[in-house]
Ligand binder design. Structure first.
Ligand SMILES: Cc1cc2nc3c(=O)[nH]c(=O)nc-3n(C[C@H](O)[C@H](O)[C@H](O)COP(=O)(O)OP(=O)(O)OC[C@H]3O[C@@H](n4cnc5c(N)ncnc54)[C@H](O)[C@@H]3O)c2cc1C
Ligand code: FES
Length: 297
């Protein structure tokens, strides 16, 4: 094993049982793929080979003290020796990241978090999963769609994905290529706020249409979602009205990414707690939660 790789084994039940790799590795590619959206490819075969759909990594720029902390980013794609992360430039960390060039080092730790719940007994998997993404929330959906499509029992995956405009639907081609690999089994329906592409309106309007079609039932489907919280709240409400289980991936700001600092807390229902809720750490107990467990504000 490469000497630069530290394996942090956190084996307490309180944290989680995954092996986390902490590495300083090379950037292979880093390029703009949309309006203020970039895609970075990082050489890490350890993370690429162990990541589960919906898990994330923390990225930090070595040698920089501002920002000092890493940034949590979903793992979009994993090939045998590398991972791709797609990120929106929104502040200090991502602005700096966009200036990084191939060959430079980046510090990474992961894979982190629980990921989407995929039962080890694959006969329990939904045969008609419904994926709903908003904005940059498509990033955990590629691996999830791929996992479902690799199972022959999956009849069809439907991905609903809305963005501000066409330029914000970054890396749509990856999903289209995946659909081409699995003819007739990946349906992609887009929405844009400005109507510049596909449905003019919110992605939750597409969700309502799909759920009203009666094609998705509690026997054959679950909803998996990632995006801004107001959207997730609506996605969850529509799923609940249709009696579907809904899993949401939260993008809560984080500092350590592994259960130590409590920066990433969110309120979870807990009938044993005096007020009926307690804090959960999004980095370890999430980022994916059953929507019914969350206290939506
Ligand atoms: C599990 C997880 C997975 C994520 N995956 C992705 C991904 O794949 N692609 C992607 O582009 N982003 C993703 N995010 C969000 C990403 O972590 C933040 O956008 C990033 O940390 C911002 O860093 P910055 O230094 O550029 O911005 P900062 O300088 O830290 O902040 C800039 C502005 O953005 C706000 N902000 C910072 N973090 C967040 C956040 N998490 N949610 C809402 N507002 C925030 C700040 O309040 C501030 O207004 C993910 C977050 C989590 C928790
Ligand atoms: S980010 Fe530190 S505990 Fe979650």
């Amino acid at each position: 094993m490469n000497k630069s790789i530290k394996v942090i084994s956190l084996s307490t039940k309180d944290i989680f049982m995954n092996t986390i790799f902490h590495q300083t590795v090379k950037i292979i590619r880093n390029e703009a793929v949309g309006d203020q959206i970039w895609r970075i490819r990082i050489a890490s075969k350890e993370i690429a080979r162990t990541v589960k759909p919906g898990q994330f990594c923390m990225l930090r720029l070595p040698g920089f003290h501002a920002p000092l902390l890493g940034r949590p980013l979903a793992i979009f794609r994993a090939d045998s020796d590398s991972i791709d992360v797609v990120y929106a430039v929104v502040g200090k960390g991502t602005e700096l990241m966009a200036k990084f060039v191939p060959g430079q080092d980046i510090e990474i730790w992961g894979p982190l978090g629980n990921g989407f719940p995929l039962n080890s007994d694959k006969t329990q998997w939904p045969t008609r999963p419904l994926l709903v993404a908003g904005g940059i929330g498509q990033t955990p959906m590629f691996l999830l769609a791929q996992a479902f499509l690799n199972e022959s029992r999956t009849e069809k995956v439907t991905l609903l994905w809305g963005g501000r405009d066409k330029a914000h639907l970054a890396c749509l081609e990856d999903f289209e290529e995946l659909a081409a690999q699995f003819p007739g089994r990946l349906e992609i329906l887009n929405a844009t706020d400005d109507g510049s592409y596909a449905h003019h309106g919110f992605v939750t309007e597409l969700e309502k249409e799909q759920l009203d079609s009666g094609e998705f039932t509690s026997e054959n489907s679950c909803v998996y979602s990632c995006g801004p919280e107001p959207m997730l709240k609506k996605v969850a409400e529509l799923a609940q009205n249709a009696s579907l289980t809904c899993w949401v991936s939260l993008e809560t700001p984080m500092a350590c990414g592994m259960g130590i600092c409590f920066t990433c807390i969110t309120k979870c229902k807990d009938k044993n707690a005096p007020e009926g809720w307690d804090y959960c750490r999004t980095c370890t107990e999430g980022p994916v939660f059953n929507a019914e467990k969350l206290v939506w504000e």
